[in-house]
Design a protein around this ligand. Structure first.
Ligand code: GAE
Ligand code: MG
Length: 388
């Protein structure tokens, strides 16, 4: 029996290429053997509401919660995590981010003990790699439109041909970007989705879809206010566009299925609390005949590796997924970052998640999580440095 002897949490602040700094917490589950440590990541706490968790206090809490438990006591470990961090029912619930970090470290540990990759523990890969869509962040000025067209050009040259376009801010600029992208790149690019991020109500989202539907995109994500299943169903029926929405818990997944509000469930490990609860939601999708994609908050390599293992081992994931964090951040804290090939994310070879912490890098990045003064809009859009 291998027991958990302690939990080590290390906060890091990693800037994106846009200058926006995201705080993450690296998780190490200790076992008493220096050679056997489970690694996880509480990814991207830089979402509203604008506060951070007390990392030292959380480390003590998690140590008390997990110490002495058998690594293979998955039911008891999950019960304790769910009981102590109940689902809040919103996308950026910090409790879910915390559970996710621990859960993926437990999968890593079990994989290391078995000498097998996490995807192998999940039943084996059903595809060699995970197709992903590269995100184009929301246009806030005419200059953004021009700059984002260049992003498409350069990512195309690197093998990414599927894009996800954030919309719902300045609609005229959104439309301008979409039209110019189609004119310039034609069918060399696929637009997987317009992601409305719940910024518009359903009627306004439907109007925008009607005015841009000639631009050929595969689906629309979150085209209604948060938790408005009736609004999503309205958009789906009115526009006949396939709809995807983020899932925050099993109850919401069941409601989305029962109200015929969506075609696709967006399965974000950060939102659901890790691989273990995500599998329960995937079972709902399978029972309801819905397709899935693996969503993202934009993780570093550890969180992205977890998404990759789940994605390659889940046949319901038949829509391009979203995790491209390692391409958006300027630095990482692992020895070998996860890799992308021809627009697909590769699940690292195991054992476990197949990524290992570079302790020099981790020490260099270690710093308290902070919230510099800045505009809420830049937090939502993930584009500007959150400083004035
Ligand atoms: O890049 C980001 O951090 C985004 O905010 C991200 O968390 C979400 O947009 C997410 C989504 O699909 O809504 O990727
Ligand atoms: Mg989204």
């Amino acid at each position: 029996m291998t027991t958990i002897t302690g939990v080590r949490l290390t906060p890091v602040n990693i800037p994106r290429t846009t200058g926006f700094v995201c705080g993450h917490v690296v998780v190490e589950l200790l076992t008493g053997s220096a050679d056997l440590v489970g690694v996880g990541e509480m990814s991207d706490f830089q979402h509203l509401p604008k506060y951070h968790v007390d990392v030292a206090g959380l480390e003590r809490t998690l140590t008390d919660l997990l110490r002495g438990l058998d690594v293979h006591a998955a039911n008891e470990l999950d019960r304790r995590l769910q009981e102590s961090f109940p689902q809040a029912g919103n996308l950026y619930d910090k409790g879910s981010v915390i559970k996710c970090g621990v859960d993926i470290a437990l999968w890593d540990l079990r994989g290391k003990l078995a000498g097998r990759s996490v995807s192998s523990l999940l039943g084996g890969a059903v595809r060699p790699s995970l197709p992903v869509a590269y995100p184009i962040f929301r246009q806030r000025s005419a200059a953004d439109v021009a700059a984002n067209l260049e992003v498409v050009e350069s990512r195309l040259a690197q093998g990414f041909s599927t894009f996800r376009v954030y919309v719902g801010g300045v609609l005229d600029l959104d439309e301008q970007f979409l039209r110019r992208a189609r004119d310039r790149f034609g069918d060399r690019i696929q637009i997987k989705s317009l992601d409305f991020s719940n910024l518009l109500d359903a009627r306004d989202a439907a109007r925008f879809i009607e005015r841009t539907r000639d631009l050929e995109y595969e689906l629309v994500e979150a085209p209604a206010r948060e938790r408005d299943a009736a609004g999503l169903a309205f958009v789906r029926d009115r526009t006949l566009m396939p709809v995807s929405e983020h899932v925050y818990d099993g109850g919401w997944a069941i409601r989305l299925a029962a109200t015929r509000a969506v075609d696709v469930l967006n399965i974000g490990l950060f939102a659901l609390g890790g691989i273990t609860p995500a599998r329960r939601v995937i079972a709902v999708a399978e029972a309801a005949g819905l397709r899935c994609l693996i969503g993202t908050t934009q993780e570093l390599s550890i969180g992205t590796a977890a998404a990759a293992h789940l994605g390659v081992a889940t046949s319901a994931v038949s829509v391009a997924s979203d995790p491209v964090g390692p391409l958006l951040y300027t630095r990482d804290i692992v020895r070998e970052p996860v890799r992308y090939r021809d627009g697909q994310l590769l699940a690292p070879d195991g054992p476990g998640l197949g990524v290992s912490i570079d302790h020099d890098r981790l020490a260099a990045e270690r710093a308290p999580l902070t919230w510099p003064a800045g505009e809420v809009a830049s937090v939502v859009d993930r584009v500007g440095a959150p400083t004035r």
